[in-house]
Every structure is written in C-alpha cells, then in structure tokens.
Write a protein that binds this ligand. Structure first.
Ligand code: SF4
Length: 122
C-alpha cells in the first residue's frame, strides 16, 4: 500500500508543492517539482529534514551590539531551537572576522556556526 506525503519546496520563491509517494520505507515517486532541486529536496525532507540557521549573537566592543552568524551547513530541523537557544547565551568580544567559528559542533551535529561578516573594535 502506498502513502503520499506533502512538502513545500523552499529551493526558490516559486514554492512548488511536492508529493512524495512511498511504499514502506521506499520512495516510489516524487511529483510536483519544477526542477531537479525539488526532487533532491523532497527526498531529503522526507527522511531527514534539514535547515540552515541564520541569526545574530551578542558582541561586546563592536560598533553594533549583534553579530550576524549562520550554520556552515544545514542541520537537522529538530535541533534548530536548541542551537538558537545556545547562540542566545553567547557573548562574543570584538574583533571577529568573517568565517570565524563562534560555536563549534553545534549540539553534536558536526556543523559549526560561523560569523557571516567581520566586526572590528569600535
Ligand atoms: S522545485 Fe525547483 S522551481 Fe520549484 S520551488 Fe523547488 S527549486 Fe524552485
């Protein structure tokens, strides 16, 4: 017996509505995608949904009070809240360079959180 799961592709602003048809653990077909990225996204989303985290972290001694950061790769979606909570507790000190690691191996994902811009001292 087959089952159909529904997802919204976030690969581009078109937002294709995707259907993944499965039989047991096996994916039989992906429908609704307008390009190959949608197929890849649907298969990943069905078995292991992942997202990039982009946010800001408090920083002392810089011209602005918050430093923009992001995960270097997408992390499991169910860990996003915990990673954001940890980032919320961080207090960095300027200067920070673009690409500096601000949180290593975020929650055991093997993915670092890095600065997405440089901030010097004020
Ligand atoms: S399937 Fe392709 S065209 Fe459709 S939303 Fe995803 S990336 Fe965009």
């Amino acid at each position: 017996m087959t089952e159909t799961s529904h997802y919204l592709c976030i690969g581009c602003p078109l937002g294709c509505r995707l259907e993944v048809e499965t039989e047991g653990d096996e994916i039989i077909e992906v429908r609704g995608q307008s390009c190959k990225r949608g197929d890849t996204f649907a298969r990943q989303e069905h078995v292991d949904p992942r997202r990039f985290v982009t946010t800001t972290v408090a920083i002392e001694g810089a011209p602005w009070p918050r430093l923009p950061v992001a995960t270097a790769e997408a992390i499991p979606k169910h860990l996003m809240r915990e990673v954001c909570a940890t980032l919320h507790t961080l207090r960095l000190e300027a200067p920070v360079e673009l690409g500096d690691v601000v949180l290593r191996d975020a929650h055991g994902t093997g993915v670092d959180v890095v600065a997405t811009r440089s901030l010097g001292r004020r």
